[in-house]
Ligand binder design. Sequence first.
Ligand SMILES: N=CN[C@@H](CCC(=O)O)C(=O)O
Length: 342
Amino acid sequence: MEKIIPFTSHDLAKITNHRSGEIKFGEKMITIPKQNDTLEFLKKSEAKYVLFGIPEDIGIRANYGRPGAASAWESAIKSIANIQHNKFCKGNQILVLGTLDVKQLMKDVASLDFNDIDDRSKLSQLVQKIDKDVSHIIFNIVCSGKIPIVIGGGHNNSYGNIKGTALAKGKPINAINFDAHSDFRILEGRHSGNGFSYAYEEGFLKKYFIFGLHENYTSKNVLDIIKKLENRVRYTTYDSISIRGEKDFRQEMQAALEFIDDNHFGIEIDLDSLPNIACSAMTTSGFSVEQLRQFISFFAKNKNAAYLHICEGAPDLGEELNNHLIGKLIGYLVTDFIKANQ
Ligand SMILES: N=CN[C@@H](CCC(=O)O)C(=O)O
């Protein structure tokens, strides 16, 4: 756990806008006091959820994407700290662990060019380094009996989430992914587009459901691979639900749940599935924020929901004046998860 930059009570106080007569999450969320052993504290804490940030976009760079997702954590924690602590949701259910220390790695990649074959291979190697740390941290959180809520970063971190949870549970887990993309690309070196295929290939991912795939952005090759794995990998497309109306959103959620709920499962949310949200693969067409909130609420209430990961949001790629909006969106998603999961 030495790769974590702890989030302190002082950090929390700095970002909480106090107002008399009101209680904000920032006044109630738990941080690990200095001099305490992280693991020991985690185990004895009464908080059910552990908030962990991964401020990197190295996996996105390695996948020819646009950097910016490293800024999501800061925007998210500022919003979460200012949510009202009330009867609907309570801040003291959350322990704010802190962030993965990727400062040096982010400096190292600043000058790398993904069009250069050697640089791309260096980027992939750094993603593998992050994979190791993420899976170790998630393993420890889950072993402590807590539920991780992970704010990415790129979708490459699905791999570490799945591996860490599988190792802690002692068996491969399932995953449901709300995403415009399969992230089941070939094993060509780690990046943000192949977290699930690597987790599958290495035996950490048992069953995988992709919810709302965009037909225009899924290659024939990936569709052929998924077809052959039908017993373990399934999907429904955004176009079939929201454009052609061949399928119903709620019925598709139910079918997806029945596919994955025989085992612990991770809930993976890629914000590039929503229209007009600043992301590497930003789009103008996709499910609404309300549909995503309903989706999280629906899956979080199942007893096998093992973690929530929200990724790819990139406030740095958005309008400067409104770069708090991604954080605010993440705040809604985190509280939807907690409200449904209790
Ligand atoms: N995690 C996202 N993966 C997508 C989008 C890539 C991007 O533009 O950042 C993919 O590989 O297709």
